[in-house]
Ligand binder design. Structure first.
Ligand SMILES: Nc1ncnc2c1ncn2[C@@H]1O[C@H](COP(=O)(O)OP(=O)(O)OP(=O)(O)O)[C@@H](O)[C@H]1O
Ligand SMILES: [Mg+2]
Length: 230
């Protein structure tokens, strides 16, 4: 049987994923501040909306207007984002309840009533901060994953990484429970920083294991597959 895949639509990334994210899998997008997590997630939803797959972008910290303003400035090519939202092909939503309960309400509604197939949750960090201790966080993550596994959607959840370097990956609970992990880096190259990414794991598919450079450009994110990071 051919594995069903969801093409992210991000230039270069689907090639690294051997075609896309396996459908109904749940991927964590890790990165430090300003690494490009929000831009990545937003482009995933936007490309889906353009390709006929409805999506919902759930923001847990910034307001939907802030996200939209920033993304319009980052990606001037997304001039049709308003009409895609009017046609209910994509949506930016902020739950009014804190924690995974609020996320669950939005997802259950949009997946049933609007056939949303792509979901971004930005970011998991607020959920983590709200938990009392590591055991509580483990329990919350477990509930979060069970919720996602019961829904017909392919998700990208952003996670803020405070310490992230290619040499010393600190294993967190999310590393074990999520189906896939993509790491974004802002590498220090002396007088400048270079953006790079790697697919750290992706259950059920072959994928690139290279660290590759990427850029956030006005016409979208570009992942330079086959190029080396200098
Ligand atoms: N049009 C653009 N061209 C090039 N780079 C851009 C453009 N717009 C934004 N950027 C870069 O992208 C970065 C922001 O990316 P983004 O907001 O997606 O990161 P993030 O990982 O979500 O950050 P945070 O941790 O603050 O949530 C900016 O800091 C800026 O360096
Ligand atoms: Mg962000």
């Amino acid at each position: 049987m051919v594995l069903e895949r969801v093409k992210t639509g991000i230039e270069g990334l689907d090639k690294m994923l051997n075609g896309g994210i396996p459908a109904r899998r749940h991927v964590a997008l890790y990165g430090g501040p300003g690494c490009g997590k929000t831009s990545f997630g937003f482009e995933y939803i936007y490309r889906g909306a353009k390709a006929g797959e409805n999506g919902v972008y759930i923001t847990l910290e910034e307001t939907p207007d802030e996200i939209l303003d920033n993304m319009r400035n980052t990606f001037p090519m997304m001039s049709d984002v308003d009409s895609l939202m009017e046609e209910n092909k994509m949506e930016i939503a902020k739950p009014d309840k804190l924690g995974i309960e609020g996320v669950a309400e939005i997802l259950e509604d949009r997946i049933v009533n609007n056939e949303a197939k792509r979901v971004v949750i930005d970011s998991l960090t607020i959920v983590k901060v709200m938990t009392r201790d590591i055991a509580d966080y483990r329990q919350t993550l477990f509930e979060f994953l069970s919720l996602l596994r019961n829904l017909d959607c392919t998700t990208i959840t952003t996670v803020e990484a405070s310490k992230i370097s290619k040499e010393s990956v600190e294993y967190e609970i999310e590393h074990f429970v999520m189906d896939g992990i993509i790491n974004l880096y802002n590498l220090d190259r002396g007088d400048k920083r270079i953006r790079a990414l790697e697919i750290f794991k992706m259950r059920g598919t072959k994928h690139s294991r290279d660290l590759v450079p990427f850029k956030v450009t006005p016409s979208g994110i570009k992942v330079y597959v086959g190029e080396k990071v200098f």
